[in-house]
Design a protein around this ligand. Structure first.
Ligand SMILES: *Cc1c(COP(=O)(O)O)cnc(C)c1O
Length: 385
């Protein structure tokens, strides 16, 4: 018996990732726009160590992460592509960044100046431009002063202004007001590009597209499209009609540990929030909120056993949950249960607990081994501890 089958595990299906990559490549003009793989947070919980090489085999040579530890991990396991850190890195790390050939986002003019002061060798940066996200970057409300600041940064000692990027706030909405907002972000961004051109500053990269931007607001002036969530087969927003059949890459599964008959009137789990109205068959599943399965799903979600839906009954515990399997044939210790995946997606669960699919997959904890599968064949079992 495979070790991971003892309890709970996440299957990472690379063939589904391959499908999503092929479909995403059709959404952009790849002569103008390079696809970048956003692999922050352990590739949204999918195991960066396996996801990145697969993306490299499929033509990706640009990756985005959130911080220097993630970037250096990619380098350590042999990632050859360009790596951009999308968030802040303290200026003291300037040389550690350049030594590892990592591109750093500049969050402000002060940040750029401090990086420059700390750098004893050239450091590539992409300057963040705030066109309406309000998070990081030079404010682009006044294009001329934004361009001034950009030019000052590009002249700093040991700073190579290799690119600029901005991030959309509402590219995942059909609301006309939101569409107009996204358009205004795009226009500010490329007006800045044109203004810089006039001043003979033309960085190699100018990029604005995330998954929703690349799908619903594609603009071939963006030299890079930073695709994250859609690679993993989830939607930027649940309400969106996607242009292709996305295949969720992660299946979260667990083996039933115990099945028992409970007489009418029995209570299940902490707080006695569930009471059986009739005799039921209850299954205990060894997965809980310490594995990243939100306790908010207690009493709301179903799991899938032998192809049938089994409602979660009572509160989800730290390490276990109970489900009503009455009438489902052949449920016994060892039977496989699907928590989410292709049949019931992380986006579906997210809806039930008022969040987004991103948080569901990123939240799957390191207690869950990732079982890497390609076309049904197990390639690797990643245990984080
Ligand atoms: C996370 C992130 C992305 C990827 O967003 P998705 O919606 O997952 O495609 C792109 N750009 C920036 C700056 C990000 O922080």
């Amino acid at each position: 018996m495979q070790d991971f089958l003892r309890r709970a595990w996440a299957e990472i299906h690379l063939d589904r990732l391959g499908h999503n990559i092929n479909e995403i490549a059709k959404l952009v003009n790849t002569d103008k726009t390079q696809l970048a793989g956003v692999v922050k947070a352990n590739a949204y919980g999918h195991d960066d160590r396996n996801i990145v090489p697969f993306l490299e085999q499929h033509g990706f040579s640009f990756f985005a992460v959130s911080n220097i530890r993630e970037a250096e991990k990619l380098r350590r396991f042999g990632c050859k592509g360009e790596i951009l850190i999308l968030g802040y890195t303290p200026p003291e790390y300037a040389d550690e960044l350049s030594e590892n050939d990592i591109i750093q986002a500049v969050v402000s003019e002060e940040h750029a100046a401090a990086l420059s002061e700390n750098a004893s060798r050239p450091l590539k940066v992409h300057i963040a431009i705030d066109t309406g996200m309000g998070r990081i970057g030079l404010l682009a409300d006044d294009i001329s002063s934004c361009a001034d600041a950009f030019c000052r940064i590009s002249k700093l000692n040991n700073i190579i202004a290799d690119g600029a990027f901005t991030h959309y706030a509402v590219a995942d909405s059909y609301d006309p007001d939101c569409k107009a907002y996204t358009d205004s972000q795009t226009e500010k961004f490329f007006t800045l590009r044109d203004e810089l051109k006039k001043r003979a500053v033309a960085p190699r990269h100018f990029h604005c597209l995330n998954s929703a931007g690349g799908t619903f607001h594609y603009d071939e002036r963006s030299t890079i499209a930073r695709f994250g969530i859609m690679l993993y087969g989830l939607k930027p927003d649940r309400s969106l009609d996607m242009p292709f059949d996305m295949r969720p890459v992660m299946d979260l599964k667990a083996s039933v540990s115990y099945v028992k008959k409970l007489p009418a009137g029995s209570f299940v789990s902490y707080g006695r929030t569930y009471r059986a109205e009739k005799d039921i068959l209850a299954a205990t599943i060894p997965i809980g909120y310490a594995d990243g399965l939100s306790r908010q799903l207690s009493g709301k979600a179903d799991i899938i056993i032998n192809g049938r839906r089994a409602p979660i009954i009572g509160r989800i515990c730290m390490d276990q949950l109970m489900a009503d399997v009455t009438g489902i044939p052949d449920v016994k210790a060892g039977t496989e249960a699907l928590i989410f995946g292709e049949e019931q997606t992380a986006d579906d669960l997210a809806e039930l607990c008022n969040t987004i699919g991103y948080e569901i997959v990123c939240g799957i904890s390191k207690r869950i081994p990732r079982v890497i599968i390609n076309n049904g064949e197990i390639l690797d079992v990643v245990e984080y501890y």
